[in-house]
Design a protein around this ligand. Structure first.
Ligand code: NAD
Length: 471
């Protein structure tokens, strides 16, 4: 095992253009502080639970970060009925221009362009004609930019994670409560077709009392991590040199947590992390990366497979995994089980890729393909949007997420998930660091709702509503 260097406090990330950026590294949780302790609310600060968006005709989106994710998502926002891309920003101004040109060419209004420095986004935030800020920059900028968006009076949808540090997650909760603006994780996988049908089945009691679930992000990113043109200035590979963490388990964790009604009657209480040795990236480099490439100066410390075992207050378990360094077909695992049966995604030959088995219908030890059950239990969003979503990213779930956020804002609805859900899902990142530092001992998971997790309330299992007509 390579020696594990101290996590640097001062990082230079987000691209060479961001040189001088101060970003706190994962794993710097202060010694002696309790992971679970909830800071008190300041005067004027109130819960954001069940707080609706203020209704509006059009949602005007400002986008920060126009790379692999932000670029296609910009097109995505622009085609949602009732949504306009009002401004685009990237530290690299040519990307802002390219996005604005593309929208104009597609017959959309030309958005304002911002860029040129790491602080250009602050100019975008000064605009009064922006309602929602979507942030798709490298991880190290999410906290700063999400917080600034709230303070500028905007709602914010932030790519994964909303912040990598526990104290930052708390600060986002507090800032949302103070500003009365929503900040949510842009967790597209919560809107996956299988995930939403699984959620419906769970809530209809098909699997009995839920007892356990597994999810994760298992994606062989090795070629992309070493590609000099994919992740801007290799920001994502660099995280593997500086921290041992479950960097990105939320795509698998969030849908399982939603099915289990986390923050709506149950809560994630403790987390125990394990990590395998870091072998995959060095092995890949040895075989495929020319000597002399800058990566040869790097030492990878992030374990290939990081597993979080989470215990909930109601005695359920969730296993959340992260591995982007090993050869393997893609999987988010997405498995849910209860006293009467189970659902397993990424398994079997069914066209949906999933299978089920539950009593009393099944008692013969034989899996059933998911397709007829998905049709029977289809979430209303997919019944409504399957055709429109067809051309959207990630099998349509990007479109469904964007449609639902815009629809919720236009109709003045409560968001399907909120800053508390987002912070809870993302807390697996810093808490995995803490648990690994503590030789895999369990760590307490904070209750970002400050006691309100007990109450039942709607979430992703929403009632069908009409999109307000577009005038
Ligand atoms: N939800 C999903 O399915 C999904 C998929 C891919 C990526 N992501 C997430 O999206 C985010 C971006 O990933 P990516 O693959 O697009 O990376 P990327 O490197 O392709 O893009 C990042 C962009 O941010 C810009 N940038 C950097 N610092 C900036 C700043 N201070 N101000 C404005 N722009 C800045 C860069 O110039 C670049 O264009 C990450 O959080 C990633 O985890 C999510």
């Amino acid at each position: 095992m390579p020696e594990i260097p101290a996590v640097p406090r001062r990082l230079v990330l987000g691209g060479a253009l961001a040189t001088g950026a101060l970003a706190a590294g994962m794993g710097s949780a202060r010694a002696g502080t309790s992971e679970a302790a909830a800071p008190g609310r300041r005067p004027g600060q109130k819960s954001m639970i069940n707080v609706p968006y203020e209704a509006r005709d059009t949602v005007r989106v400002g986008i920060i970060g126009l790379g692999n994710r932000g670029g296609p998502m910009t097109t995505g926002w622009s085609v949602i009925p009732g949504c306009t891309v009002a401004a685009v920003c990237d530290i690299r101004p040519d990307r802002a221009k390219k996005s604005a040109d593309a929208l104009e060419k597609a017959g959309k209004p030309r958005p304002l362009e911002f860029g040129g420095s790491r602080d250009s986004y602050k100019e975008l935030l000064k605009r009064e004609d922006i309602d929602l800020v979507y942030i798709a920059t490298p991880w190290e900028f999410h906290y700063e930019q999400g917080r600034a968006a709230l303070l500028a009076g905007k709602h914010a949808a932030v790519e994964l994670p909303i912040a990598p540090e526990l104290k930052e997650l708390w600060d986002l909760v507090d800032t949302s409560e103070r500003t009365r603006r929503h900040l949510i994780l842009a967790e597209n996988c919560c809107y996956g077709r299988n995930e939403l049908a699984m959620l419906r089945m769970a809530h209809e009691g098909v699997f009995g009392e839920l007892t356990n679930g597994h999810g994760g992000y298992l994606h062989d990113l090795r070629a992309l991590l070493f590609d000099d043109t994919y992740y801007t200035d290799s920001w994502r590979r660099l995280w593997h040199t500086r921290s041992r963490a479950s960097f990105y388990p939320m795509h698998g964790l969030a849908p399982i947590a939603a099915a289990m009604d986390i923050n709506r009657g149950d809560r994630m209480a403790t987390l125990t992390a394990t990590a395998s040795a870091p072998k995959g990236l060095a092995d890949y480099r040895e075989r495929f990366v020319p000597k002399g490439h800058p990566s040869w100066k790097e030492t990878y410390i992030e374990g290939d497979l990081t597993t979080c075992m989470i215990q909930t207050a109601n005695g359920r378990t969730i296993r959340a995994e992260h591995d982007v360094s090993s050869p393997r077909p893609y999987s988010r695992i997405n498995t849910l089980a209860g006293s009467r049966g189970l659902f397993e995604d990424y398994a079997g030959d069914d066209p949906t890729g999933a299978r089920v088995y539950f009593e009393p219908d099944h008692s013969d030890d034989v899996w059933r393909g998911f397709a007829p059950y998905r049709e029977e239990h289809e979430h209303w969003l997919w019944r409504e949007l399957a055709d429109e979503a067809e051309n959207g990213g990630h099998g349509g779930m990007d479109y469904v997420m964007q449609w639902r956020i815009v629809q919720s804002m236009r109709a003045g609805l409560v968001p399907d998930f909120d800053v508390y859900d987002s912070a809870a899902w993302c807390s697996a990142v810093p808490l995995s660091v803490k648990s690994l530092e503590n030789k895999g001992r369990p760590v307490q998971m904070p209750d970002f709702t400050r006691g309100s997790w007990v109450g039942k309330r709607p979430g992703l299992d929403s009632k069908q509503t009409e999109m307000p007509p577009v005038r």
